[in-house]
Design a protein around this ligand. Sequence first.
Ligand code: GNR
Ligand code: NI
Length: 172
Amino acid sequence: MAIRNIITEPNKLLRQISKPVNSVGKEEQRLMDDMLETMYDANGIGLAAIQVGIPKRIIVMDISKDESKKEPRYFVNPVIKNKDPEKATYEEGCLSVPNQFAEIDRPSKCEVEYLDYDGEKKLLKADGLLATCIQHEMDHLEGILFIDYLSKLKRSMIIKKLSKLKSTSVEA
Ligand code: GNR
Ligand code: NI
């Protein structure tokens, strides 16, 4: 396994639409292993492949609180089947939008159909943080970031801040 570099805003790659995976093979499993390690290293609860520069419809997640009881989840080609009309508000952050947080409303429950780590078809009924996180990650597959739900002014202030940070850091 290896830790990969997480792409941050502003970066055009984050706006790409990710492509469906044909089949879950060794290459996809290696990517999922790397993504999980990268996510744990960054103290995140979810990560989409595009955040490490790979435009494939792959997501990893672990919302468990207890560090000693890891509960990794893998989603390949996820599709939302059902969204609850009720909304829930969470303070969201994103590893690609470092140190920025905002309250975002999303459907409080959803059902997701996907392939798991072994390529088996699964259906998950999600609520709470799990539902929010899945929807945040699925937005990444469409090139959408949580800051896109904010006003233009708030979004442009955040992007300005992040580009300034980039121009003064050693990593481009
Ligand atoms: O680590 C993360 N925390 C988080 C908190 C609230 C809602 C969504 C998230 S996902 C985020 C990691 C990330 O950027 N995934 O794409
Ligand atoms: Ni994110």
